[in-house]
Design a protein around this ligand. Structure first.
Ligand SMILES: [Zn+2]
Length: 155
């Protein structure tokens, strides 16, 4: 699977050698299993393309473009939407709308004594409503330090 090319791809979970970076949980295996189930006819399209209207709205407005075709409708590319969960954030998370926001949360996470912040990266198709959690990423510094490379804002 190709990786995203926008700023959210700075959250990508592997380094150039394909090794996992610290603090990141990859959900691509369950994604593949779900797509397989759909292709085998064990899941209906409305069971896998049931993105919440809020998610679709976020995908249209703030979604990070990728070069990855939607695995279900194969008509549109999926976009990535990131939500951050943590202390003093809404229970449904806070949608990241610009790259500086994520940096801000990293900064807050470094100094926070209130608890951990976690970013959830969701892929969504604006055409058919397919969506899936791609990865979760701890924004707290202990785990981040194990990552060999720091992200650099590219957009
Ligand atoms: Zn689609």
């Amino acid at each position: 699977m190709a990786r995203g090319k926008g700023w959210l791809s700075a959250l990508s979970l592997t380094d150039d050698n394909g090794h996992q970076l610290g603090g990141i949980v990859d959900h691509r295996l369950t994604r593949r299993a779900l797509i397989n189930e759909y292709r085998r006819g064990r899941l209906r399209r409305d069971q896998v393309c049931d993105a919440h209207p809020e998610l679709l709205r976020a995908a249209r407005n703030f979604g990070d473009e990728t070069i990855v075709k939607c695995p279900i409708c194969v008509e549109d590319n999926v976009v990535l939407v990131t939500y951050v969960f943590g202390p003093r954030l809404p229970s449904h998370g806070r949608c990241i709308t610009k790259p500086t926001e994520l940096d801000e949360f990293r900064r807050i996470a470094r100094t926070s004594v209130a608890g951990d912040y976690t970013a959830y990266v969701v892929e969504a198709c604006r055409s058919c409503g397919w969506h899936h959690l791609l990865r979760t990423l701890a924004l707290n510094p202990e785990r981040e330090q194990r990552a060999p490379r720091r992200r650099s804002a590219s957009r």
